[in-house]
Write a protein that binds this ligand. Structure first.
Ligand code: HEC
Ligand code: HEC
Ligand code: HEC
Ligand code: HEC
Ligand code: HEC
Length: 481
């Protein structure tokens, strides 16, 4: 047998060499693959165009992410369910204050008694705000916060600082702010850049009022069993403020992106846009927050004075995030996006449906992934909850209308403001609760028991107010005899 240079047999040497080369190649390939995957994780998308913080036009993003953009565009389609979406013509959604006249009476003295319509898809948010007849009374630039892709506008107004720009808008008129938005070329409804970081595509929150509100929530003591990252922050050293984009879990972020806008707020030219969460997320927590708030001149906080009775009223606005927070789904870690942006399959990839709409139009993907019943059964469960909520709304609104009648009768009979103070205070409390559930857009679904509790209390407070107003009359009649 011929031997090689180190006296090794040539054949086994060749085999060994091949094995070593093969193994090295294998390991190298594996390492390369891992590093490619890491790179993919960092930047998982092939980009045909660059997008950055100033790209508010969703169509540009659509070049890179056509599936998400295609579904996003569908928010321009009309949708309708029993209580969701909107009726009316395609030009204008149905007028809610005509359909439910008690709403109109409840809002007397405020712009909502002029025009208050059904909501519709995200594609319309800027247009509907520009067109509403509520603009016939002066509105503040703060309105824009939840109806347009505002980041470049805020940077422009704040010399590069988003928060500074945001804090300037409340003192500006809506028209002036809106004109600047369009001049800068950013007149778009909520867009990709508002929920996604352009470099990584990670979801994020961008709305200053949300960030400030959730920081105040973290620093307060309100119960948040459904927000583990806030609980962890509270138990930590608290060296820096809670920052959702850094501290929140991905699951929480899937609701926070919506909580940027679908919340109770104060928006006028008196102080900056504020989310009332420092004491917690329940209806009572928000009421306590507003009751502890004063205007600069020391006057007690209110949204408007009721035109018929003069009571200083708190107006509630779409508290979807707060109501969801009180329900079993939030408690079980089910996010807004799970139901309103469910995954759909596109070949081998999972795509989040960006056609944000009523989940009842999409029960198979929105509900049946977790609930193993038929679509009809799930619809029936929702119907049961919404019918009961509607009935309770009816009861509580009838009670409020009776309270308004009683106060008016007493006023006509000569009752003074001081004599009616207890009844007017009860009007404020009852109306706040009734409006809270009425303006929440799920007809009770997001937290059925909580909505029923609030409406039960609302009816009770309204009847107590009615008794107080009538008691004055009885006392006056006795005195006259
Ligand atoms: C478990 C599923 C689920 C979760 C989680 C959920 N929703 Fe809903 N949402 C519903 C259902 C069901 C309705 C009622 C739809 C209807 O009546 O057509 C609804 C209604 C709505 C509506 C009115 C829809 C319309 O078509 O008018 C809005 C707005 C909304 N939800 C926002 C949110 C936000 C924001 C969150 C998170 C803070 C959230 N939802 C969490 C299921 C869910
Ligand atoms: C905190 C975020 C936020 C702010 C601030 C805000 N909106 Fe909205 N707006 C929403 C959301 C969410 C909806 C959809 C849910 C609904 O209609 O209840 C909506 C719906 C609307 C609609 C359509 C339905 C209707 O009410 O007729 C109009 C019009 C509107 N807003 C005008 C305004 C005006 C005017 C202002 C300033 C006073 C304003 N918005 C400030 C979040 C906001
Ligand atoms: C920048 C503010 C903003 C953000 C962020 C936002 N919304 Fe909205 N949403 C609105 C406004 C404003 C409307 C009402 C538009 C109109 O009526 O013209 C609306 C309408 C809706 C509707 C009614 C759709 C219909 O067809 O009737 C649903 C459902 C909804 N939003 C759910 C969500 C969910 C879920 C998220 C988070 C994934 C979310 N929104 C994020 C402001 C926002
Ligand atoms: C109201 C907030 C919101 C807006 C606006 C929005 N997205 Fe998303 N997007 C989400 C959420 C929530 C997810 C799910 C992310 C997760 O679970 O990590 C998502 C996921 C994605 C993903 C990851 C893959 C997938 O489908 O789950 C891509 C890509 C994406 N969006 C592209 C876009 C594009 C392009 C636009 C604009 C046309 C856009 N998004 C607008 C909230 C939004
Ligand atoms: C990601 C999972 C998930 C999705 C998606 C989901 N649910 Fe649920 N749902 C749950 C969990 C978890 C509970 C709590 C039940 C338990 O723990 O036994 C629940 C409870 C309920 C309840 C009982 C509510 C109560 O207050 O007692 C109803 C009704 C319901 N879901 C309807 C729906 C409907 C309708 C949809 C679609 C619009 C939906 N769910 C989507 C997970 C989900």
């Amino acid at each position: 047998m011929k031997e090689g240079p180190w006296n090794l047999p040539l054949l086994p040497f060749a085999v060994l060499l091949l094995l070593v080369v093969g193994a090295t190649a294998g390991v190298t390939a594996l390492l390369l693959n891992i590093s490619e995957r890491k790179a993919e994780e960092r930047n998982p998308y092939v980009r045909l165009v660059e997008v950055d913080e100033d790209t508010t036009d969703p169509e540009v993003w659509g070049t890179n992410w056509p599936r998400q953009y295609d579904t996003y565009k569908l928010t321009a389609l009309p949708t309708r369910t029993r209580f969701g979406g909107h009726g009316g013509s395609e030009a204008l959604p149905e007028e809610r204050i005509e359909r439910d006249p008690w709403l109109k009476r409840m809002y007397q003295g405020y712009a909502f008694s002029i025009d208050f319509r059904d909501r519709r898809g995200h594609a319309y948010m800027l247009q509907d705000q520009e067109d509403t007849k509520r603009q016939t009374v002066p509105q503040t630039g703060s309105c824009i916060h939840c109806h347009a892709s505002v980041l470049p506008l805020y940077r422009d107004l704040g010399d590069g600082d988003v928060v500074k720009g945001f804090e300037k808008t409340y003192a500006m008129s809506y028209q002036e702010t809106n004109a600047r938005l369009h001049e800068l070329g950013h007149g778009h409804p909520v867009s990709c850049v508002d929920c996604h970081e352009p470099a990584s595509m990670r979801i994020r929150v961008t709305r200053p009022a949300f960030v400030q509100g959730i920081q105040a929530l973290a620093e307060g003591e309100g119960e948040v069993p459904h927000l583990p990252s806030v609980q962890r922050w509270r138990e930590g050293p608290r060296t820096r403020p809670y920052e959702p984009n850094r501290d929140a879990t991905r699951g929480e972020m899937r609701s926070f992106v919506c909580g940027q806008c679908h919340v109770e707020y104060y928006c006028s030219d008196k102080f900056k846009l504020t989310y009332p969460w420092a004491q917690g997320l329940t209806v009572e927590d928000a009421e306590a927050f507003w009751d502890a708030t004063e205007f600069d001149d020391g006057e007690r906080f209110y949204d408007f004075k009721h035109k018929e009775t003069g009571a200083p009223i708190l107006k509630a606005q779409h508290p979807e995030f707060e109501m969801w927070s009180q329900g079993i789904h939030a408690r079980s870690g089910v996010s807004c996006s799970d139901c309103h942006m469910p995954y759909m399959r596109d070949g081998a990839t999972k795509v989040s449906d960006h056609w944000v709409r009523s989940p009842l139009l999409n029960k198979e993907r929105a509900c049946l992934t977790c609930h193993h019943f038929s679509e009809d059964e799930m619809q029936a469960r929702v119907d049961g909850i919404q019918d009961r909520n509607y009935e309770l709304l009816d009861n509580a609104s009838a009670a409020l209308m009776d309270l308004l009648d009683a106060i008016e009768t007493a006023q006509a009979a000569g009752a003074s403001e001081a004599q009616l103070a207890p009844a007017l205070e009860l009007q404020r409390q009852a109306q706040w609760r009734l409006d809270y559930v009425a303006s929440e857009n799920s007809m009770g679904f997001h937290a059925p028991q909580e909505a029923a509790r609030i409406l039960g209390t609302a009816a009770d407070l309204a009847r107590q107010g009615q008794v107080a107003a009538m008691a004055w009359q009885t006392a006056a009649t006795h005195a006259a005899r």
